[in-house]
Design a protein around this ligand. Sequence first.
Ligand code: G3I
Length: 371
Amino acid sequence: MNMKKTVTIAGLAILWIGAAHVTAGQDVPALKDVFKADFLIGGALNRNLVTGRDPNAAAIAEKHFSTITAENDLKWQRVHPQPDQYNWEPADSYVAFGERNKMFIVGHCLVWHAQTPRWVFQDDAGNPPTRDALLASMKDHIMTVVGRYQGRIKGWDVVNEALADNGTMRDTQWLRIIGEGSPDKKYDHIENAFRWAHEADPNAELYYNDFGLETSKAKCDAAVALVKDLRSKGLRIDGVGIQLHGGLMHPSVEGLEYAITSLAATGVKVMVTELDIRTQSRGYRGADIGQVSRASTNDPTAAAAETQKKLADRYAEIFSVLLKHKKDITRVTFWGVYDRTSWIGGSPLLFDRDYRPKEAFFAVVKTAQQQ
Ligand code: G3I
């Protein structure tokens, strides 16, 4: 072999090793170490990741996350599709993944208006169930699912997205049927859900989770009122999740600080539970799955250096606020692991479509190191 060829092969080998390292992210600091003294850090995991079909994504989660949330596999529709049928396998894989990696495992979510099978809200004749029948379904579901993972899933999103953006109650079947249109019963389904979750696992932390708390003061104030109501009735609530599906222009720093400080003032833990930042800036800003999709948030400029710089700056700004309030924040969870599998389009996470850490990743690390 001549000298030139040897040099070329050696060069290629170095390049290949370098690329493999970047893919596995072995040469960058682990987020869970970077934020060790501040809060838990993690991501939402999908089924491919926890069942071994996306090993590169699993490698990112193993290296960087100290906490995980199931993106879909513990939702009612997935785990309890028929009255007498539970689908445990994917959820079991999720919990096993977290245990293997000694992560704080979060269950998402028990009571939600979306991703709930039709049979829950309709009897065989197509009529809505009675209040008592719906409460019975809810109790059975919560006792069974929380009970199965007792002591293993450490915290539950008990109720998800029960409030509207203007601070009123969201108009859901839960509210309509259990609340029966009576202001006195407006929190009834929520109170019962928290009561039964606590009964099913007395040691699990219990959370209320919602989006837009950082963009609507009225909605944030309504979450504060909800926490106070539960506490006044002696019910356990440990934390409130600010989902934080953000964008380049929202939330404002002021809005985010308002949410953190007013929720923390009630005595609960504050958590950022579904962090991502869409790069497309027009249109609906919330996270209602009925109004937003990967197509509606697609951004043809997502990969451009200019967009990635804006994203990095935005992440740095958000993390500087979170670090400033770290005494009140116990956990920050990204809604996904890498861009390709995010529920929204564009380039919303810290790892790109090929699993490589992006400028935003380094901006987040730098923000932490500068504090
Ligand atoms: O897996 C099936 C696939 O088999 C099927 O072919 C395909 C056809 O539609 O659907 C696939 O399931 C989709 C699933 O995501 C996995 O990709 C569902 O249709 C789709 O509705 C589901 O969307 C999820 C959405 O919640 C609704 O449950 C998103 O992944 C998930 O990121 C999103 O997460 C929510 C949080 O739970 C609550 N907060 C807002 C957040 C974003 O909407």
